[in-house]
Write a protein that binds this ligand. Structure first.
Ligand code: HQG
Length: 179
């Protein structure tokens, strides 16, 4: 099994559908590594501990983390299942960026940014990252979020362990749209 396939499998079971293989996540999103491997193998996914460690250590996006004991793994962000990552609120940079697709812009102009299936709206610290995120959905468009004003007005921001900024929703008033 290559790293990319294994990483997609981990995203599925650690963010969205643990029940697909009968896995239990705890309240903070952690899964027992031995149990994860055994359940995956039973369902015909040839995951190994070496592969997990390799992905956690070497994947460019650092999507997953292993705990200090080396016994548990979780996704750093991106969940649709209800987990509390126990992230501490953080003061955001003055501006954050949201990469989306051109076809979503009209709707975002009306409704602002909402989390959709996920637990949070995901914001990027730079336009390069936002462009990559937007390109996943289609013709990329970069929205600029006035994070300083949101923070001043009491909106709470978190930063995941892999550097993605998270907030519950972004009202239209705080978004600058491209021409
Ligand atoms: C859009 C990746 C219409 C929103 C990335 C986005 C990220 C609206 C889509 C992470 C809307 C949701 C998350 C509205 C928001 N009307 N469309 N009012 N509000 N949208 O995939 O941010 O590779 O759930 O613009 O790096 O694209 O998986 O969110 O286009 O951090 O590790 O609804 O996924 O990380 O799409 O991506 P997603 P996202 P990984």
């Amino acid at each position: 099994m290559n790293q990319e396939r294994a990483s997609k499998f981990l995203s599925l079971v650690l963010r969205h559908k643990p029940e697909e293989i009968g896995l239990m996540l705890d309240a903070e999103g952690w899964a027992d590594i031995a149990q994860l491997i055994s359940l995956a193998n039973k369902k015909g996914t040839p995951l190994t501990r070496e592969l997990l460690i390799d992905i956690v250590a070497n994947s460019d996006k650092q999507r997953f983390a292993i705990d200090a004991n080396g016994t548990r793994i979780r996704a750093n962000q991106g969940h649709s299942v209800a987990v509390d990552l126990k992230l501490a609120p953080q003061v955001p940079p003055a501006q954050l960026f949201h990469g989306t697709a051109s076809r979503f812009v009209a709707s975002i102009r009306e409704q602002g940014l909402h989390a959709g299936a996920r637990q949070h709206v995901h914001l990027s610290p730079d336009t390069e990252t936002a462009t990559k995120v937007g390109t996943r959905h289609g013709q990329p468009r970069i929205l600029v979020v006035n994070a300083a004003a949101m923070h001043r007005d009491g909106f709470v921001f978190f930063m995941s362990d892999n550097g993605v900024w998270l907030t519950n929703a972004v009202p239209v008033a705080y978004i600058d749209f491209p021409e």
